[in-house]
Design a protein around this ligand. Structure first.
Ligand code: ASP
Length: 401
C-alpha cells in the first residue's frame, strides 16, 4: 500500500504528462493487474456462497433443532445485522467525505434489478435457477441454496456422497479464495499506484476518514448494541459478558476468520459462559456462516463512501436497498478472511456503483477485517447466550463465575 501510494505520487508529480507512462504503464499494466484481480473475485462469489450455505445448513446436526431454536436464533442474528448496517449508514450520513467526485459515473444510477421489479418477495425466488445463476442474481441463488440445504438435511443419512461432495467443494472454493486473496498485495499496489498517479494526493484523506468511520461504528455496535440485546432479551450480566470475551477477541483478531475460530468460540461459550454444548454446536457454526454484524458495518460504510467517491447521490430508497442487500450479502459472506470485501461487489452492483472502488478499499481492508471478524464472533456469542437463557440451556452459575 505504502509503495503503491509513493510510486503513484511520484509519477503524478514528476512524470506526467507523458504518453508512455499514461497509456502503457497506467492504463495497460496497472489497470490490467488490478482489474484481473477483481474479475477473479467476482468469478468465485456465486459458487462460493452456493456451496457454503448448503454445507452450513447440512452441518446442523439435528433437523428438529432447526425448528423453534433455529427461528429464534436466526431472527436475532438478522435483527442485529440490520441494526449494524443502519448504525453504519446513520453515522456515515454525518460524514462529509469532501471528495472531488468522479463525474464520469454520475449517470450510472439505480440500475438495480431489485428496483425494477417492485415485489421484493417474488424477487427472492428464481423461477429458473440456471438463469438466476447466469444473471448473477445472488439473492435467488442464495434462496435456492437454503432450500437445497434444508431438504438435504432431512435425508442427510441417505446421501453421504452428496454431503461429502458439497463439503469438499466448499473446501476447494475456500482454497480458491485464499489463492486469489494471496495476490492482494500486488493488486493493492497496482490499484493505489494507478489511483495516486492519476488523482494525486486527493484520495488519501477520504480513505483515512473511511477507515476511522468503520472503526468507530464497529466500536459503538460492539459496546452498545450487544449490551442492549443482553438487557432487553435476557437477564444475564452485561459486565460478565464483556469481561470473558477478551481471549476470543484476540484469537479472532489474529485469524480474521469466523470459521477458523469456531472451535475456539465453541470452547469459550461452553466452558466460560456455560451454554449447553449441543445448542452451541448448532448456533456457533450457524453464526459463523451467516451472522456478520462487523462485515455488514464495513459494507454499509464502504457503500456510502464509494457512492460519495463516484458522485452518486443516495436517496432514501437506496438506503433501504443497502440495508436489505447488505443483510443478504453479510449472510452470504463466508467466514474466511476478506470474504466481506468480495461480497461488497453484490451491494455495489445493486446500486450501480463501479466495482473498481473495491480495490481502492483493499488497501485498508486487512486491518478492518481483523476488527470486524472480532465483532462478528462477539455477535454470535451474545445471541447464543441470550437464546440459550430463554430456553434454559445455560448454566447461569458458570456464566457468573
Ligand atoms: N473475515 C470475516 C469473518 O470471517 C468475513 C469478512 O471478510 O468480513 O468473519
Amino acid at each position: 500500500m505504502v509503495t503503491g501510494i509513493l510510486i503513484g505520487v511520484i509519477i503524478n508529480h514528476f512524470f506526467l504528462p507523458s504518453y508512455f507512462i499514461e497509456s502503457i504503464l497506467i492504463n495497460q499494466v496497472l489497470h490490467t493487474i488490478s482489474s484481473l484481480f477483481l474479475i477473479l473475485l467476482k468469478m468465485i462469489v456465486l459458487p462460493l456462497i452456493f456451496v457454503s450455505i448448503i454445507s452450513g445448513i447440512i452441518s446442523i446436526n439435528d433437523v428438529n433443532t432447526l425448528g423453534r431454536l433455529g427461528i429464534k436464533t436466526l431472527t436475532l442474528y438478522v435483527f442485529t445485522t440490520m441494526l449494524a448496517i443502519t448504525l453504519a449508514l446513520f453515522i456515515s450520513s454525518f460524514i462529509d467525505y469532501n471528495i472531488e467526485t468522479i463525474s464520469l459515473y454520475n449517470e450510472i444510477q439505480n440500475i438495480s434489478p431489485m428496483n425494477q421489479n417492485s415485489n421484493f418477495i417474488l424477487n427472492i425466488f428464481p423461477d429458473n435457477f440456471f438463469s438466476a445463476l447466469v444473471d448473477g442474481n445472488v439473492i435467488q441463488v442464495l434462496s435456492f441454496a437454503i432450500f437445497i440445504g434444508v431438504s438435504a438435511s432431512y435425508v442427510k443419512n441417505e446421501i453421504p456422497e452428496f454431503v461429502g461432495l458439497i463439503n469438499n467443494l466448499n473446501k476447494i472454493f475456500n482454497k480458491m479464495v485464499m489463492i486469489i486473496i494471496s495476490f492482494t498485495p500486488i493488486a493493492v499496489f497496482s490499484l493505489l499506484a494507478k489511483t495516486f498517479s492519476t488523482e494525486g494526493m486527493d484520495v488519501f484523506i477520504p480513505l483515512i476518514k473511511y477507515f476511522s468511520v468503520v472503526v468507530l461504528v464497529l466500536l459503538l455496535h460492539f459496546a452498545f448494541t450487544y449490551s442492549l440485546i443482553l438487557k432487553t432479551f435476557s437477564s444475564l450480566s452485561i459486565q460478565k459478558f464483556y469481561s470473558k470475551l477478551r481471549a476470543l477477541i484476540i484469537f479472532t483478531f489474529s485469524t480474521s476468520s469466523s470459521n477458523a475460530s469456531i472451535p475456539f468460540t465453541l470452547n469459550t461459550i461452553v466452558n466460560k459462559y456455560g451454554v449447553n454444548k449441543s445448542f452451541a454446536s448448532f448456533s456457533i457454526p450457524l453464526g459463523a456462516t451467516i451472522n456478520m454484524d462487523g462485515t455488514a458495518i464495513m459494507q454499509g460504510c464502504a457503500t456510502y463512501f464509494l457512492a460519495a467517491y463516484y458522485g452518486i447521490d443516495l436517496v432514501f430508497s437506496d438506503f433501504v436497498l443497502i440495508i436489505l442487500t447488505a443483510t443478504v450479502a453479510s449472510i452470504g459472506t463466508a467466514g474466511i478472511p476478506s470474504a466481506g470485501i468480495i461480497m461488497l461487489s453484490l451491494i455495489l452492483t445493486e446500486l450501480g456503483i463501479p466495482l473498481e472502488g473495491i480495490t481502492l478499499l483493499l488497501g485498508v481492508d486487512r486491518l478492518l477485517d481483523m476488527m470486524r471478524t472480532s465483532v462478528n464472533v462477539s455477535g454470535d456469542t451474545c445471541i447464543s447466550c441470550v437464546v440459550a437463557q430463554s430456553e434454559k440451556l445455560i448454566d447461569v452459575e458458570k456464566y457468573n463465575q
